[in-house]
Design a protein around this ligand. Structure first.
Ligand code: NZQ
Ligand code: ZN
Length: 393
């Protein structure tokens, strides 16, 4: 049964091989000063930087560069970006990169006009406050180069604080935080290292399962989720065989956007515990987001499966095509998770946190960094958190 909800997503998507041609016209809608946010240099090596600079010049913009956004952007980098935005009175923040750049841009956008006395980390990522209605939120636009997070069409911003060992995502309720536009050219993802491509693919899968494994009602959102998962599995197999398969890469890009722009969460409860476990691993290791999820997902799902057997059985048949014949609901549910495991190994997911640098003596500390969610089939106890992490080693 669908509950009450309002769905409002203002992000304009410009998709396909010609998408960049629209950028300069998009830019004209904003004031003259653009903070150009990018990462460690991949956009310079693959030529995307030059294309973006041409569009900025065509639109007559003054560009303030803000480079060096690291994967899993930190609170220190966020403070640097806020200083740049304040000093230059920027009118638009253009993020060119993956989730890290876009999340960071959103963080700067909501923080730049706060009074100096307010600490953005405390306000937004500890207290989960929203920007005040009269606070100016700087508009954000994006050119996506790494597919997975869905940040191009959502209100999430994940920031890491190494000092407190917390990696926290704030999904803002304020629609001003959504990117105003996103340029989505699947060819821009061809230069991604295979490890990043696979991490992104599992991130997408997990965004969908986080929203799927909850509730016992018959819900349109779950059927949408199943369709997205089937498309993702097919496209990921093709992309792993040939990373330059446009059909596969474009389907993966589109799946990623719809997996996490809140559409498939409408009217239902959601879980997000795998992300909490993965983000805790990330806070202690700085490992690649999608791989922190793949390392913990199966031990978690196998632990909670008995509490939501019917949904796991449905996942087995509707997503993985497992035949229910001759199987109990439990056997069918287990076979679905086995099928997911086979696919994860086939595409090259990291299957253990040990590979990401986690050791037994770190487990208590990682458990301290893990937030417990209530929306899934079984909220974890402290002992169960440790059990999942131990099984993930
Ligand atoms: O920094 P550069 O040199 O650009 O290299 C990046 C980076 O090293 C590289 N890359 C990106 N596009 C490339 C490329 N290399 C070659 N060719 C290209 N076309 O890829 C590396 C990873 O990039 P990053 O942006 O860190 O990856 P991703 O998009 O997975 O973003 C991860 C961050 O997003 C957060 C994660 O926690 C993490 O901090 N998330 C954000 C969410 C949201 N906003 O809703 C939800 C997610 O669950 C996730 O938590
Ligand atoms: Zn994710």
């Amino acid at each position: 049964m669908l509950g009450n909800f309002t769905y409002h997503n203002p992000t304009k998507l410009i998709f396909g091989t010609d998408a960049m041609a629209a950028l300069s016209d998009e830019l004209r809608a904003y004031g003259p000063v653009v903070q150009l946010v990018y990462g460690g240099g991949s956009i310079k090596r693959n030529g995307i930087y030059d294309q973006v600079m041409r569009a900025l010049a065509d639109a007559g913009k003054t560009v303030v560069e803000d480079a060096g956004v690291m994967p899993n952007p930190t609170v220190e980098k966020l403070r640097e970006g806020v200083a740049i935005a304040r000093e230059n009175h920027v009118d638009l923040i253009l993020a060119v990169g993956g989730g890290s750049c876009i999340d960071y841009a959103k963080g700067v956008a909501v923080s730049a006009n706060l009074p100096e006395s307010v600490d953005p980390w405390q306000k937004y990522w500890v207290d989960f406050d929203e920007p005040a209605a009269d606070l100016e939120v700087i508009p954000v636009g994006s050119v996506l180069t790494m597919v997975g997070t869905g940040s191009e069409m959502n209100c999430g911003s994940v920031i890491t604080n190494h000092e407190t060992k917390m990696k926290v995502g704030h999904v803002f309720a304020d629609v001003r935080v959504f990117p105003r536009f996103a340029v989505l050219n699947p060819e821009f993802t061809y230069t991604l290292p295979r490890y990043q491509m696979v991490a992104g693919i599992f991130d997408i899968m997990n965004h969908i399962t986080e929203q799927y494994f909850s509730g016992t009602d018959d819900n349109t959102s779950d059927y949408l989720a199943e369709g997205l998962m089937r498309s993702l599995v097919a496209a990921s197999r093709a992309a792993v065989r040939d990373p330059r398969d446009y059909e596969a890469r474009s389907n993966i890009m589109w799946c990623a956007t719809w997996a996490l722009n809140t559409l498939i969460a409408m009217g239902k409860s959601t879980d997000w515990e795998v992300h909490m476990l993965g983000q805790a691993v990330g806070a202690h290791t700085d490992a690649t987001h999608g791989m922190t999820l793949s390392a913990v997902a199966l031990p978690y799902y196998r632990l909670v499966m008995p509490y939501g057997v019917e949904k796991f059985a449905r996942f087995a048949t509707n997503v993985w095509g497992v035949s229910p014949e001759g199987k109990s609901a439990e056997e069918l549910a287990a076979a679905g998770l086995d099928a997911m495991e086979t696919w994860m190994r086939e595409i090259g997911c990291v299957m253990s946190t040990g590979e990401l640098g986690v050791t037994e003596d770190m487990l208590e500390g990682i458990a301290d960094s893990t937030l417990i969610m209530q929306g899934g089939y079984h909220p974890l106890s402290r002992d169960e958190v440790i059990e999942v992490f131990r099984a993930s080693l």
